[in-house]
Ligand binder design. Structure first.
Ligand SMILES: [Zn+2]
Length: 116
């Protein structure tokens, strides 16, 4: 396979994944099946190029059933002690994302305020 010297395959894959997620969001209200298919394609591209899903795409789809998640239609978000729990309402399974970094930042900011 010939490679473009300016853009690596991985870079192109990242761009395509971003575009697919934008389109998935656009199409969700009219055609949910289509946006789920876009997520599926994005994951296939990521696997083929051997890259991780982009950080901003991580909360946007269910990693169990690959459906596109769109608040408030098919996802429930709850804050728990150290993580954000996202429940996919299509398959009723939960994904957890840590937010300890944000808590630490907030704690540091409040400490600063007290000391002033
Ligand atoms: Zn799911």
């Amino acid at each position: 396979m010939r490679q473009n010297p300016d853009k690596s395959v991985k870079e192109i894959a990242r761009q395509r994944i971003t575009i697919l997620f934008q389109q998935a969001r656009k199409r969700f209200l009219t055609d949910q099946e289509l946006s789920n298919r876009y997520v599926h394609l994005a994951q296939k591209i990521a696997m083929k190029a051997r890259i991780h899903m982009p950080k901003e795409a991580k909360g946007l789809y269910c990693k169990h059933c690959l459906s596109f998640l769109y608040l408030p239609y098919n996802v429930r978000v709850r804050l728990q002690k150290r993580h954000i729990a996202q429940t996919c309402l299509m398959c009723n399974r939960t994904m957890r994302h840590p937010y300890i970094r944000e808590q630490k930042a907030r704690r540091a900011a409040s400490q600063k305020r007290k000391s002033i």
